[in-house]
Design a binder for this molecule. Sequence first.
Ligand code: 13P
Length: 263
Amino acid sequence: MGGNATLGFAHGALGLATLKISRMSTRRFLIAGNWKMNIPPIGSFAPESPYRPHPSVDVWVFPTFLDLPGGRNHTLIVGAQCGRPEKEGAFTGDVSMQMLADQHYYAVLCGHSERRRYHGETDEDVARQAKAALDAGLHPIVCVGETLEEREQGKEKDVVKRQIADLPSGIIIAYEPVWAIGTGKTAQPTDAQSMHAFIRGLLPEGDRATTRILYGGSMNAANAEALLSQPDVDGGLIGGASLKPEEFRKIVETAARLIRLRD
Ligand code: 13P
């Protein structure tokens, strides 16, 4: 389903006839808005909405379960903020990965730090979710990242290594340092690059060139260029700034401009 749509955009944007092999041929920028427990920003589903698919940048949004149908029906690329690995059963309040796929949703977040914190999701749970999402045909974005305390103790790489250890191939990873989420504090671009390169180096060799690693944590229109310019940063998972349509539009435009500069 959606996989073809992405491929279609990619072909159009890259002009495959030129046979130009660039970094972007395998890792298109993905700018994803995580709307968390908020209603969709005004105008989200309008024709000129910045949340619509873009010709050269992947743009996805993650509304609440209640707003998923609205987004899908207005042809936005939408995903769920979480999903349960079991296909069905006695799991009050949950929605399964399979149910999301059956309703033609495209993607799902797994292991966001707020799910780990408020719902007790463990690394093992997150790995099971990611595998179930892939089996169902969804694109999982798996979130990893250390807390402030862990960083202050110099353990950030150990934590992230543990978080990605059992993840399957074929996922998208979002590095979201917990101390940067919703705080206005962003990782220095060089620190983000260092962690992204570290994560990439831990992936099986066959996945390194193709796996997209997004940065998340107070990304906004002012810092997007510095972050997205880092060679191992393949996009952003954006919370607060994704609720402001014009701010989000600028981030998407920044990604589109950086592709042109790279080409
Ligand atoms: P903020 O952009 O609000 O820091 O949130 C990041 C995030 O949690 C995205 O999933």
